[in-house]
Write a protein that binds this ligand. Structure first.
Ligand code: B12
Length: 426
């Protein structure tokens, strides 16, 4: 059997490609699909039609054993495969009948942008502009910023932290894994098992249409790089804007001198050798535990650095005093949208972001050809400071926007459609 796991959306198209390649090469073995961004619908609609062998979406790793048992059993294999196929035919039919979202033209969506009174607003100027590289960042500084809630998700334990520790059903399991997690964290920090490195930059910037131009200096006449944003195109009830992240940056023609930030952080330096050690001992539990803690540290680094930027380097929230719970609940001013998240679903924007920050040299981070970051325990994104800046989902977009976007990015339309496949409404 072949199993494919996909964390971010570029994997979705890659999986469909792998299925077609298996068909072309005459494979007959089962193909199992799993991972955070995959779904039964995607498997049925985009992957299964490409491969005539068995294709099964497995929502949870614990079910992989049952699925594999069926697929390798002489008695149940044919029925299991036939049932799955019949199910996917139904899913495809239902998907084909689904009426797509009602959209507006890009022009109308732009006319309905978020309206900010730029004349009445003075963007905060960073106390220290430019790029700062933070290599080998002290891990103990990150620990207080850890959000433990997703740690329990990794172990399929549902509930809010810290309440989950007292939960009647999963409380004991949660306490046990939390204790193991704390012990691993201690080993990592005291033993310097992992290195964390990051980089950020604060730049003069202005919006031009749906793009954000980042300038080389405050004269703002030389563009260093452009951050391309996508706009919501679903029909909105009166009074609700069709949002685009560029709406939260002062337009160039307003004459208002705005700024944006960019960052990339990781906490997985040196992890591969440690994981390999555990795996060589067949200790999968500790291998997963180590990766889960590294992921928590990477997110804590993003939270910690954003806090430092707000209070020190950009300094617009110098007096901010928020508890970790308030930070997790995003009670601060400004946002840090990350390419791939719903407000900026295009992963290719990480290319320009990494170039801008010189992330391979300044933070020991690289991108794969599918725009996944290495080490895997990594987060990257932008900083916006406007108090009205908020997260939203771009949702599905139409051909007119994709053509415009491809043109703005200087990208071939077909390539652009491939990267944006999960958000196309056509
Ligand atoms: C934890 C997490 C992270 C961690 C860890 C990532 C990692 N290295 O694993 C960190 C903080 C590092 C991270 C970073 C990023 N993330 Co993230 N992350 C998540 C989160 C919250 C949980 C994913 C997870 O680990 N779940 C626990 C595991 C165990 O579950 P799972 O992956 O679903 O796998 C289970 C099943 O699917 C199945 N399974 C999985 N694979 C397979 C394979 C087979 C063969 C089988 C049988 C079964 C199977 O078994 C597993 C256990 O049951 C999700 C949101 C969510 N709730 O899903 C976002 C999410 C995956 N992240 C997302 C994004 C965008 C990113 C970043 C690109 C953001 C950025 N710009 O920095 C980066 C990318 C990192 C990189 N290296 O490139 C998006 C992806 C959406 C998209 N459009 O692509 C998500 C969906 C959040 C969202 N709603 O937008 N992320």
């Amino acid at each position: 059997m072949i199993g494919l796991s996909g964390l971010i959306t570029p994997s979705l198209e890659e999986m469909a490609h792998v299925a077609k390649e298996m068909e072309r090469l005459g494979f007959k073995i089962p193909l199992l699909i799993g991972g955070a961004t995959t779904s039964r619908t995607h498997t049925a609609v985009k992957i299964e039609p490409g491969y005539s062998g068995p294709v099964v979406w497995v929502p949870d790793a614990s079910r992989a054993v049952g699925v594999a048992t069926h697929l390798s059993s002489e008695e149940s294999r044919d029925t299991f495969v036939a049932d799955t196929r019949a199910d996917y035919v139904k899913v495809r039919d239902a998907h084909a009948k689904k009426t797509g979202q009602k959209s507006v033209s890009l022009e109308s969506a732009r006319a309905n942008r978020a309206k900010i009174d730029w004349k009445a607003y003075a963007p905060p100027k960073p106390k220290q502009a430019g790029r700062v590289s933070l290599k080998n960042y002290p891990l103990d500084k990150l620990v207080p910023f850890i959000d433990w809630a997703p740690f329990f998700q990794t172990w399929d334990l549902a509930g809010k932290y810290p309440d989950i520790l007292q939960d009647a059903v999963v409380g004991e399991a949660a306490r046990n894994i939390f204790q193991e997690g704390q012990a691993m964290l201690d080993r990592i920090v005291k033993g310097r098992w992992l290195t964390a490195s990051g980089v950020f930059g604060l730049y003069p910037a202005n919006a031009v249409g749906d793009d954000v131009e980042i300038y080389t200096d405050e004269k703002r006449d030389h563009v260093l790089t452009t951050w391309h944003c996508l706009r919501q195109q679903n029909e909105k009830p009166a009074g609700n804007p069709n949002l685009c992240l560029a709406d939260f940056v002062a337009p160039h023609d307003s004459g208002v001198a705005d700024w944006v930030g960019a960052f990339a952080v990781m906490a997985g330096g040196g992890i591969d050798a440690r994981v390999a050690d555990y795996e060589a001992k067949q200790d999968d539990f500790n291998a997963i535990l180590l990766k889960a803690i590294a992921d928590r540290l990477a997110e804590a680094f993003a939270e910690h650095l954003h806090h430092r930027v707000r209070t020190e380097y950009w300094g617009y929230a110098a007096g901010e005093k928020l508890s970790n719970e308030e930070l997790i609940a995003e009670k601060y001013a400004g946002i840090r949208p990350a390419p791939g998240y719903p407000a900026c679903p295009d992963h290719t924007e990480k290319g320009e972001l990494f170039d801008l920050l010189d992330a391979p040299n300044t933070a020991d981070m690289t991108l794969t050809e599918s725009f996944a970051m290495l080490p895997t325990a990594a987060v990257s994104g932008f900083y916006l400071s406007h108090p009205e800046a908020r997260y939203f989902a771009v949702g599905k977009i139409e051909r007119d926007q994709v053509a415009d976007y491809a043109h703005r990015k200087g990208m071939d339309l077909a390539a652009c459609e491939r990267w944006l496949a999960p958000v196309l409404n056509y």
